[in-house]
Design a binder for this molecule. Structure first.
Ligand code: WTA
Length: 708
């Protein structure tokens, strides 16, 4: 990791990473015969095609799913390790592959179906022909009005509307690198990402619906532009789509000469056609920012050829997408799942991808099932948080609707076996195969999953490694944890794969130090065997080879599948003048998996008041967004610290979660621990917030939180 290992951690503590995690072995569920009969991968021979002796050429089969202007001559170039290059010499265009090439046989088939949140508004189906027209017109506008060219970065801060994939594909057509920031992030958070990526154009929308309200989203633009300016980045143009073209739905004024309505500009580009740019396979396609151990977000840079091949291949074999399927992934396109498995993978395969604007349970928990019936959705993709929520608010709803899923995905967080079973039995009606896909923003596509037509499912385990992925579990010293031993350690991927990100935008050293340095013994080596990829997750492997992911081993809190860095949360809290120190920790939450609790201590002379608490909460919402809003803010007399002054987050995490604080004798101020525990736990008891007994995996995460 980039952070130095704390020298106050005695040998006992660091070796604790190697804990045995015991859980009840779950029984297997075979894939339904009806699924297997039509699966893209039902013949186990595919496993033999991806064994290590066939690596890396095995991945040519994924690249062959695409149309190339120029074939590649080298599948994998490792000469600048660990900056891998895939399909070197090849040239292609992602927009061409997701749009143009489908015109021959699918011109009038729906590429996208958009479900607006208000049920009074009609669905919008966009055929491949229409997508082609709109992508071309927007590409012409980006090139001729906004002045964007190959290699430029542009920041998108768009909600879940079809204009978002249209803009992404228009950028891809030109070789412009898009950086979409989740619409739920604040203007300030968008501004940091604008500055980091060096974008001078921001593309946004005036408003969108969320839980029945038409939100003013344009209000975030001024904050974003201002935050970027503070970091030295000027935004020249803000392109504003309107939720209702011709009618402005936001209250915030447009800035003359900077802000433009896209629907007005597009009138000049009617019927425009833009030739897709032939790009080298390693040309960056997009940046996707994610959180890590330090405050500065990481712009994960994904390639055109490797990434698109990987998402096309995994969409085919793991999502089992056939062109005639109607595929609905409820993730947000503002996250990697949406990029890979709403936009690029499904469209590369020419299927119909459904986009939903709003919240799953609006206006009632039957909403997804009504839509599934209306649209004939047969592949469904969501997160454990949504499943837990739908189970809580509408456990009997799915049975009332006559939809039939052949395939379902869970992604983003560990899923509890009982939640998995409800997904299988109630949402899937026992007819759908489930894939529990483990992967990350950095990895572009799936790393661990069952092959749905071949492997049996096991609730709570993602399954074996994906095709061509060779994981290993290592202990802190780099020794291999025996395979199939059920012992926990750090899961790493031994080999490069086409979907892996190319670098962190503008931070190549951080790319190497965060993901590769930990287990690399020879920084000069150009042999990929010397560069295991450190995923930052704890995992165990059972005797059957299936992996169970335990969660992050770094300072990242996974709230409802959204990665939040403790440093980002803490920096936001520290902007409040009264706050001296801040520490963010995870608390187990029955719906969202984890929630954030924030601990702050105040500068001398300030009293702990509800006002200060409110300021901290507001600062976090302003700097990051509502998703980061802490469940509780605790103003404490002092933070538990090591003798070198490091805040012991695991100790306060234990207070929040009612777990054992562990050994505190090495602390500089052990006496404060009991005070904090009393304060936090007595308040929680009074509020009825005492958590249920934690599972082994939850306990393991809390116990180790922040110990890297
Ligand atoms: C966690 C989301 C358990 C994991 C695609 C990872 C999972 C982080 C799973 C990445 C899963 C993702 N089971 N945990 N199936 N999928 N995770 O970058 O901790 O938003 O490191 O990518 O989510 O989150 P990210």
């Amino acid at each position: 990791m980039t952070e130095p290992i704390d020298d106050d951690l005695g040998p006992d503590e660091s070796s604790e990473a190697l804990i045995a995690v015991h859980w009840r072995e779950e029984g297997y569920y075979p894939p339904p015969a009806s699924f297997v009969a039509q699966a893209n991968a039902a013949d186990p021979a595919i496993l033999d095609a991806f064994t290590e002796d066939k690596y890396p050429e095995c991945f040519n089969a994924y690249a062959d799913l695409l149309d190339w202007y120029k074939p590649w001559h080298t599948t994998l170039d490792t000469s600048n390790a660990p900056f891998w290059k895939w399909f070197v010499g090849g040239e292609l265009n992602a927009s061409y592959n997701c749009v143009d090439r489908h015109l021959a046989d699918k011109a009038n088939k729906a590429a996208l179906i958009w479900i607006p949140e208000p049920e009074s508004e009609a669905h919008a189906a966009i055929t491949y022909r229409e997508l082609y027209n709109r992508v071309n017109e927007v590409a012409a506008l980006l090139r001729d009005f906004a002045g964007l060219k190959t290699g430029d970065r542009v920041t998108l801060h768009m909600p879940m509307v079809p204009e978002l994939p249209i803009v992404m594909l228009a950028c891809a057509r030109l070789g412009v690198i898009h950086s979409q920031v989740f619409a739920g992030f604040s203007g300030t958070a968008a501004g940091h990402r604008i500055a980091d990526s060096g974008s001078n154009v921001l593309i946004t929308m005036d408003g969108y619906y969320r839980s029945g309200d038409l939100l003013d989203h344009k209000i975030k633009t001024d904050e974003a532009v201002e935050a970027a300016a503070k970091e030295g980045q000027t935004v020249d143009k803000v392109l504003v789509f309107r939720r209702y073209p011709g009618k402005y739905s936001a209250q915030t004024p447009m800035v003359d000469g900077r802000d433009f309505f896209v629907d007005e500009l597009l009138k000049d580009y009617k019927g425009a056609l833009v030739e897709p740019v032939s790009l080298p396979a390693e040309a960056p396609l997009f940046l996707m920012y994610t959180s890590g151990t330090t405050g500065r977000p990481k712009g994960c840079q994904h390639s055109t050829g490797g990434y698109l091949s990987y998402v096309a291949g995994t969409s085919k074999y793991y999502q089992d997408i056939h062109p005639d399927d109607t595929y609905w992934c409820m993730a947000d396109i503002g996250w990697i799942t949406g990029h890979s498995y709403i936009v690029y993978g499904p469209l590369a395969l020419g299927t119909t991808s459904v986009i939903y604007e709003g919240t799953p349970n609006y206006p009632d928990p039957a909403r997804p099932w009504r839509e599934a019936v209306k649209l004939g959705v047969n592949i469904f993709h969501t997160s454990p948080t949504s499943i837990r929520m739908l189970r809580k608010v509408g456990p009997d709803e799915p049975a009332k609707f006559d939809y039939h899923f052949k395939h379902m995905t869970t992604v983003g967080e560990p899923i509890e076996p009982q939640v998995w079973r409800w997904y299988y039995e109630s949402i899937g009606k026992g007819e759908a195969v489930i894939v529990d896909t483990w992967w990350q923003t950095e990895t572009g596509g799936f790393l661990g999953s069952t092959l749905p037509g071949i492997h049996a499912m096991k609730p709570g385990s993602c399954g074996p490694a994906a095709l061509g992925i060779f994981p290993v579990i290592l202990d802190e010293d780099g020794n291999e944890v025996p395979q199939g031993s059920g012992k926990a350690g750090n899961i790493c991927i031994r080999n490069p794969w086409p979907g892996v990100f190319q670098t962190i935008w503008g931070q190549p050293d951080r790319f190497v130090s965060t993901y590769f340095a930990k287990y690399n013994k020879d920084p000069k080596s150009t042999d990929w065997h010397d560069w295991p990829y450190f995923a930052g997750d704890g995992a165990v492997q059972a005797a059957d080879g299936y992996f169970r992911i335990l969660g992050r081993v770094d300072d990242v809190i996974n709230v409802a599948g959204h990665r939040l860095g403790t440093k980002e949360l803490e920096s936001a809290a520290l902007t409040v003048p009264e706050v001296a120190e801040a520490a963010a920790v995870p608390v187990v939450d029955d719906i969202r998996g984890r929630a954030v609790e924030m601990y702050v201590s105040l500068k001398p002379g300030y009293a702990a008041t509800p006002e200060v608490e409110g300021k901290v909460r507001d600062a976090i919402v302003t700097d990051i967004g509502k998703i980061a809003r802490p469940k509780n803010i605790w103003i404490v007399p002092d933070m538990p610290k090591t003798r070198s002054g490091k805040i012991m987050r695991r100790v306060i995490a234990a207070a929040s979660n009612f777990t054992d604080t562990g050994d505190i004798t090495t602390l500089a101020n052990p006496e404060v621990v009991e005070k904090i525990r009393q304060q936090v736990q007595s308040t929680k008891v009074a509020k009825g917030e005492v958590p249920r007994e934690l599972s082994e995996t939850e306990l393991a995460e809390i116990k180790h939180f922040g110990s890297e």
